[in-house]
Design a protein around this ligand. Structure first.
Ligand SMILES: *Cc1c(COP(=O)(O)O)cnc(C)c1O
Length: 229
C-alpha cells in the first residue's frame, strides 16, 4: 500500500470515529483532499485509492494540474483567496469555489462561467476569528452577501466555509466552528437551503465534525508536510 493510500485510510477512520462520537451518519461528511503544492502524480495516487474530490489554493498551479489529469473524473474545488483578475480561469476550470467573500467576485465568476457547464458551486467564506484573520466576510454581513449571491445566474450557493485561527485549544476550535454552524442554521431557517458547511482541516477535523461540518478539507494528513511555496 502506498503512503498516500494508508494516510487516506487513516483520515477516513478519523472521520468515521468523529461521526460516531457525534452521533452522526458517516455519509453526512465528505472529504476534500487538498493537493496544493503536490504534483499531479500524487493526485492520481489518491484517486487510485478512492478519492475523487480535490482542493487547490493557487490558480496557476491548480489549472495546470487539472489540465494534466483531465482524463480522470475528478471534482475540483478552489479554496484559496480569489483575486478579481483571476476569476476567469477559476470559473472555467473548477467545479466549486469555497472562498467567495465579496459580491463583485461572485459576479465576475458568474460572468466567466461557461454556458455549457453546470452552475459553479459557491461557499461564502466567513471570518469567524474576528481580528485574528483578514479573510472572509464578517458574520454580521453574511446574510446580505448570501442574498445577493443566491440571485446570480450560473452560480449555485451551497454553503459556508471558514478557516479559524490555528489553535491547539479544542474548546476554542469548537466555539469557532459552532459560530459558523449557527450562521448556517440561521440562513437555512429563512429558506436558503444550504447543504455545505466546509470546515475542519488536518489538525481540527474532529472538532469541526462535532460541530456539524459536512465537508472537511485535509491536506497534510493525506499528502504529507508541504515545503514552503
Ligand atoms: C491548505 C488548506 C487546507 C488543508 O490544510 P492541512 O492543514 O494541510 O490539512 C484546508 N483549507 C484551506 C483553505 C487551505 O488553504
Amino acid at each position: 500500500m502506498s503512503i498516500i493510500e494508508s494516510n487516506l485510510q487513516a483520515v477516513l477512520r478519523r472521520i468515521a470515529a468523529a461521526c460516531e462520537a457525534a452521533g452522526r451518519d458517516r455519509g453526512s461528511v465528505a472529504l476534500l483532499a487538498v493537493s496544493k503544492t503536490f504534483p499531479a502524480a500524487r493526485v492520481r495516487e489518491a484517486f487510485s485509492a478512492g478519492q475523487a474530490q480535490f482542493g487547490e489554493n493557487y490558480v496557476q498551479e491548480g489549472t495546470e494540474k487539472i489540465a494534466e489529469i483531465s482524463d480522470l473524473p475528478l471534482t475540483w474545488h478552489f479554496i484559496g483567496p480569489v483575486q478579481s483578475n483571476k476569476t476567469r480561469p477559476i470559473a472555467e476550470r473548477f467545479d466549486w469555489v469555497h472562498s467567495v467573500e465579496r459580491e463583485k467576485i461572485a459576479r465576475r465568476l458568474a460572468d466567466a462561467r461557461p454556458a455549457d457547464r453546470a452552475p459553479l458551486n459557491i461557499c461564502l467564506q466567513v471570518n469567524v476569528s474576528g481580528e485574528a484573520s483578514k479573510s472572509g466576510v464578517a458574520p454580521a454581513e453574511v446574510r446580505v452577501l448570501a442574498d445577493h449571491v443566491r440571485g446570480i445566474p450560473r452560480l449555485r450557493l451551497r454553503g459556508l466555509m471558514a478557516i479559524p485561527e490555528p489553535t491547539p485549544d479544542e474548546a476554542l476550535q469548537r466555539s469557532r466552528f459552532a459560530d459558523l454552524r449557527e450562521i448556517f442554521n440561521e440562513l437555512n431557517q429563512v429558506g436558503f437551503g444550504l447543504d455545505t458547511l466546509s470546515m475542519g482541516m488536518s489538525h481540527d477535523l474532529e472538532a469541526a465534525i462535532a460541530e456539524g461540518a459536512t465537508m472537511v478539507r485535509v491536506g497534510t494528513a493525506i499528502f504529507g508536510e508541504r515545503t514552503a511555496r
